[in-house]
Design a protein around this ligand. Structure first.
Ligand code: DO4
Ligand code: MG
Length: 289
């Protein structure tokens, strides 16, 4: 089943029917067993027609997040390790990526508070002080307050390769800025864990022309999803649950950097497609005028 957050309420798609659920998002998704909860909810939820559901989703869609924090895992795929070793070779820090790839403890970092996250159809930013920027398409977990993975969505961990490559201590600046995270279009809630064969695809368009395309499957990840969730919860509580981006395996070639107006399209089997246009942050003075 798929759950969309809209300004009209949550829209649940199940067995070719759509339902409107008006509980607050945080209460709705932070269930001990979300799949079972939603199966029960449809018995009393308002059934809405296909036309109305698609109107709400087209015109009123929000990112599928309430008050949760967004965290991210890094260097979970060989491709990410290799790209980062390469971009940091002049800084002498390449070795730290090799070591974290092999270590028992994963790399986990704080990515975003909810107001920095954009949804499907929104704009993601590249930093004006960065000359090398990429999207990072990542399977993203919703983990409830008990530390159990309940749902999956698509995440884009926008990154500055020039800033991180200069010095790994600059990671928070390479990763955390306005609109540096996109998530959506919905949550996919399953009775069983997501299939390891699930495919992630990335296409980047410039003026309508494909500049990069790639795909991978999540079974190429070095770590398990529960391992990442367990580390995140080992010393942190998340009263409304948390989102966790699980790392990228798709890295465009080194000569590629995103530009304003590029369109980033990420698809994951069973979840859908997350599309975002690239922009630059407006200066505060300009946005106040
Ligand atoms: O090591 C820095 C960040 C890694 C990351 O974001 C990724 O592998 O997806
Ligand atoms: Mg990443």
């Amino acid at each position: 089943m798929r759950l969309f957050k809209t300004t009209k309420g949550a829209i649940l798609f199940l067995d070719n029917q759509s339902y409107l659920i008006t509980d607050t998002w945080d209460e709705l998704i932070n269930q001990p067993a979300l799949y079972n909860h939603l199966m029960q909810s449809v018995k009393t939820a308002k059934l809405i027609g296909e036309e109305q559901a698609s109107l709400y989703i087209t015109n009123h869609l929000l990112p599928p997040i309430g008050s949760q924090e967004v965290w991210a895992a890094g260097v979970t795929y060989l491709r990410s390790r290799d790209a980062r070793m390469d971009e940091s070779k002049d800084s002498g820090a390449a070795d730290c990526y090799q070591r974290v790839y092999e270590a028992e403890r994963p790399e986990l970092f704080f990515k975003a508070v909810a107001h920095r996250v954009v949804g499907h159809g929104g704009t993601v930013n590249i930093r004006k002080d960065s000359v090398w920027n990429v999207p990072e398409p990542e399977l993203t977990l919703y983990i409830n307050s008990e530390g159990k993975i309940q749902a999956y969505t698509i995440g884009n961990d926008m990154s500055s390769r020039s800033i991180e490559g200069e010095n790994p201590l600059y990671l928070p600046q390479a990763k955390v800025y306005e609109k540096s995270a996109a998530m959506g279009p919905c949550l996919r809630i399953t009775a069983e864990p997501i299939s390891p064969e699930t495919e992630i695809r990335l296409v980047i368009y410039r003026n309508g022309i494909s500049m990069y395309q790639g795909s991978t499957t999540i079974n190429r990840m070095k770590r398990s999803l529960t391992e990442l969730a367990n580390y995140l919860f080992s010393e942190c509580d998340f009263p409304s649950g948390v989102f966790l981006m699980t790392g990228t395996c798709l890295v465009p070639p080194d000569h590629f950097t995103l530009q304003k107006d590029d369109v980033v399209v990420i698809s994951i089997d069973g979840i859908g497609t997350l599309t975002n246009t690239v922009a630059l942050k407006e200066s505060v003075a300009a946005s106040n005028q």
